[in-house]
Design a protein around this ligand. Structure first.
Ligand SMILES: [Zn+2]
Length: 331
């Protein structure tokens, strides 16, 4: 009734005005529907893309006078951390995780018992980040006694206490341990020794490093922790051909001597190298061989370029940092 009354009151001119307006409204609705369908398709495809992609950030946990390793891996909403940097840089690690909105880490691997790798663990636990479990082979008492500059009984005891308080399991890493980050991404142990019963006899704590190979379909990343010369040579000599080959190498021992002999780098043959080191260390005499070895490679130093992020889709990867736009590389 009301509508009829209104229609009757409209003059011809007004009706003419009304018709195109009505026409454009229905056109607008169709347009909005189309855009909505397109937006949903774009979001779904982005989600699918994200589902299969693997992100690794080599977090800058260096301070000018001290180096550190901390690497966050993310895939399908799961988080894993390889090493936690030194206690002095724990604030940087915690801030990075907060920026990523990462409040739960499924597992943390501590590659070996030096505080530039485990020092951030206790502050991280105290910050409230939830942790599923920690993989770590604490050094033997005799190793701690021999290398008091790198680790201490007190710090190792504190790690155990803080994990127990939170019911977080502390698990050992052995040569058969492997971690699945998703259907197509698996991390395996290339080597892990206890520094006592090794093929080359007793070694230092650096050579107890768990050396890890992360395989995401056709992309391989070698995390060489603080591998040193003795076990480095042992790997070069004994690993079957191709076993050490990787697309990306996390440079061992922060690029500083006593990292492995050149033959190891030839066996890995990675085109992209990421070095967790402060600028001062990378530019020092201790890293002269590292700079020479990587001259022809794509090299990223996180103490110079800030956090470095690698995104892999399993066939190609891109590398970006705060100071450099992404660089893509096909396998
Ligand atoms: Zn180290």
């Amino acid at each position: 009734m009301e509508v009829d009354k209104v229609a009757r009151r409209l003059t011809g001119a007004q009706l003419n005005d009304y018709a195109p307006h009505h026409y454009s409204t229905s056109k607008m609705i169709t347009f909005i529907r189309l855009i909505s369908v397109l937006l949903i398709a774009v979001v779904l495809s982005a989600c699918q893309k994200k589902q299969g992609s693997l992100t690794w950030t080599s977090i800058d946990v260096n301070i000018p006078t001290r180096q550190g390793d901390a690497h966050l891996l993310t895939m399908n909403g799961r988080y894993a951390l390889i090493d936690t940097g030194p206690a002095e840089a724990a604030g940087k690690l915690i801030k990075f995780l907060q920026n990523q909105k990462c409040s739960r880490i499924d597992f943390i691997i501590i590659t070996h018992g030096h505080s530039d790798h485990y020092g951030g663990l206790v502050p991280l636990l105290k910050s409230g980040v939830k942790v599923g479990c920690v993989y770590f082979n604490p050094p033997s008492a005799s190793h701690i006694a021999n290398e008091p500059w790198g680790c201490s009984n007190g710090e190792i005891a504190e790690i155990r206490t803080e994990l127990q308080k939170r019911n977080i399991p502390l698990k050992a890493i052995d040569k058969d341990t492997e971690w699945r980050l998703g259907k197509d991404a698996v991390m395996q142990v290339i080597c892990v020794f206890n520094g006592i019963d090794t093929p080359v006899g007793r070694t230092d704590i650096n050579d107890t490093s768990a050396v890890l190979m992360l395989t995401h379909k056709n992309i391989k990343i070698l995390f060489a922790a603080d591998l040193n010369r003795a076990i480095g040579d042992c790997l070069t000599t004994n690993c079957p051909p191709g076993m050490l080959q990787a697309d990306i190498l996390k440079f061992p021992h922060h690029g500083a001597e006593s990292f492995p002999n050149d033959s190891l780098f030839a066996a890995v043959n990675a085109g992209t190298i990421i070095v967790p080191a402060p600028k001062e260390l990378w530019l020092s005499e201790r890293s002269a061989r590292g700079r020479q070895l990587t001259k022809e490679k794509k090299v990223y130093i996180n103490g110079i370029e800030g956090d470095i992020t690698v995104v892999s889709d399993g066939n190609k990867f891109s590398v970006s940092s705060a100071k450099q736009s992404p660089v893509s590389a096909d396998r």
